[in-house]
Design a protein. Sequence first.
Length: 246
Amino acid sequence: MLDSLILNKKSIESIYKTICEFHEKYLKQFGIKLPKLYDSQGNFTRDALVLVYLAYDYPNTRKVSKEELTKFVRSYYPNTNNVQQARHLGAQAGWWIVAGGRDNIVLKIERGTYQLYTLEQPYPGFKKGHRISETDDWDEIKEKYNFRCATCGSQENKPHFHWPATKTILQKAHMDPNKPLVAGNIIPQCQKCNRGDRNRWVYDDKGRVIKLADANFVRNFDKNVRQKIYKILYNEFNGKNPHSKK
């Protein structure tokens, strides 16, 4: 890995201009937001600094460690902790920034490093246009998930991943079954996932379970797990009777 880059104001502005040109030509149409170069006080924004640093000498980008990025940003924001902007600009904001790790199949880079892959395509799977929370249009929601089940990934009207003899049918599913099936609370699930998990879990917008929707479901866990849960809650509430007043 090369030594840390030293970029002056002119270099930063020049690289940012290149990013702007690619964004306008390729990425804007996907709803990817271009971070402002300056804030209201005339200071470089952190997001822009990270994007500029990763885009240096584009398209001949280089792998950059989190420590290197942090050092660069600290030259403008001395109190900055470990920089997280590279990961946020990637999968969440739509810029195709590769994060190193075992599950990365795009570039061979180590865990804890980042590399800008391209400015001509959005991050794969980036949900273009409006945020999920802003729409309840069923066709638009399915499009944002590439017409796949948010939980298992089976594609609409194609053989199901786990039941190959079954055609995948996408259904409107609750992210949180304790809330109405309205904008901001809808994800597409296949008939298998929706039927099997109905009212049990709360999902995030990627179809991942984040918590229980119904506490009574713990009764279905095996005894060993229930004992562990009991111990955790007993210690948290100091053995207080759940029926006693708060």
